[in-house]
Design a binder for this molecule. Structure first.
Ligand SMILES: [Zn+2]
Length: 279
C-alpha cells in the first residue's frame, strides 16, 4: 500500500532499526526494489531525485509506475514515494500534487531562517495532503545529481529550530557524504545521540554508501531511523552489467543487458535490509 513515511519511521525509531530508502531511476530498478522488499517483508521508501523524476518523464510517470507495479506484483508491504532533496516549495508542491506520499525539502544551502521559512511552507501544504516531510540542516558533503558541497555539521540548536516547523523527520548533516567517500567516513555520533535525545522525530542518514557496517549499527543506536542508499545500488548493478557486456558483446536485447544487473542489485538490497533491521 502507498503510505507516507510517518508511521514506518516512528516504529523504526521506537524499536531501534532503520527503514531503507533506495533511490529509483527506471522501471527495472523500481521492480527489483519492490520485489526484494516484498520478499523480505520490509516497508520501503523509494527515493526519487528531481533529476531521476525528469529522466523518467516527470513526477506523474513515477507515481503511476509505482502504483501500477504495486498492483501487478501484488506488493503487500508499505511503500512510500519520497522526493529526495526537493529544491524549492514549488517542486515539492508539484510532487505532492502528482501523488508523492513524502517529500524532502532541502533548503540547507540557505541561511537557517530562510531554511525554516521554506520548510514551514512545505510542511503546511504537505500536511494538508497527508504527505510527510523531511528537512535538512548543515551540509552533507560530496556530490549528488551534479550538486556538490562541503561538510558542515548541524548543531543541536539548528535542529531544534528546524524541527519546530512541524517536520516529520530530520536529516542533520553530521559528516556523511553523497557518492563515494575519500578515505574513511567520520560521523559525529556524539552529536547524533544528543540530537536524538532532544528531538522526538526520527533522524535520517544521507550518504549511506561506503559507511562500514559497524558505523551503520552505531548510527542506528544513536537514533538514525532511515538510511539512504543510492550509489551502492548503482555500483552493484554496474559491476554485473559491465561483466555481462564484456562476456556477451553480441547481445543487444535491452531486457538482457539491463536485466543482467538484477541479481547483483537484489543481493545488495537484501544485505542492506538485513543490516538496517538487525536481522
Ligand atoms: Zn541525500
Amino acid at each position: 500500500m502507498l503510505v507516507n513515511s510517518i508511521n514506518m519511521l516512528q516504529k523504526a525509531k521506537n524499536e531501534k532499526y532503520a527503514i531503507p530508502q533506495f533511490n529509483i531511476n527506471n522501471l527495472e530498478w523500481t521492480r527489483y526494489i519492490l520485489e526484494e522488499c516484498e520478499k523480505n517483508k520490509v516497508p520501503v521508501i523509494l527515493g526519487v531525485s528531481e533529476g531521476a523524476a525528469k529522466y523518467m518523464g516527470g513526477f506523474f510517470v513515477v507515481t503511476s509506475l509505482v502504483d501500477a507495479l504495486i498492483k501487478e506484483l501484488n506488493i503487500t508491504v508499505d511503500v512510500c514515494i519520497h522526493l529526495d532533496h526537493g529544491s524549492s516549495f514549488e517542486v515539492c508542491k508539484k510532487a505532492i500534487d502528482s501523488g508523492f506520499t513524502s517529500v524532502m525539502i532541502d533548503a540547507s544551502k540557505y541561511p537557517l531562517e530562510d531554511n525554516i521559512k521554506i520548510t514551514k511552507e512545505v510542511v503546511d501544504y504537505a500536511h494538508q495532503n497527508n504527505v510527510s516531510v523531511e528537512a535538512e540542516v548543515g551540509h552533507i558533503g560530496g556530490e549528488e545529481d551534479g550538486v556538490s558541497s562541503d561538510v558542515y555539521h548541524a548543531t543541536l540548536e539548528e535542529c531544534i529550530a528546524l524541527a519546530k516547523t512541524g517536520i516529520d523527520s530530520i536529516a542533520p548533516a553530521l559528516g556523511s557524504v553523497h557518492g563515494l567517500y575519500k578515505g574513511l567516513p567520520n560521523l559525529n555520533f556524539e552529536r547524533m545521540a544528543l540530537i536524538n535525545q532532544e528531538l522526538n522525530i526520527p533522524l535520517v542518514l544521507h550518504g549511506g554508501t561506503g559507511i562500514p557496517d559497524s558505523d551503520i549499527k552505531k548510527a542506528i543506536e544513536c537514533g538514525i531511523s532511515k538510511i539512504n542508499i543510492n550509489t551502492e545500488l548503482q555500483i552493484a548493478w554496474h559491476d554485473a552489467v559491465l561483466l555481462f557486456v564484456k562476456e556477451n558483446d553480441k547481445v543487444y536485447d535491452p531486457r538482457k543487458v539491463i536485466g543482467s544487473g538484477q541479481e547483483n542489485m537484489k543481493k545488495a538490497i537484501s544485505s542492506k535490509i538485513n543490516l538496517f533491521l538487525n536481522r
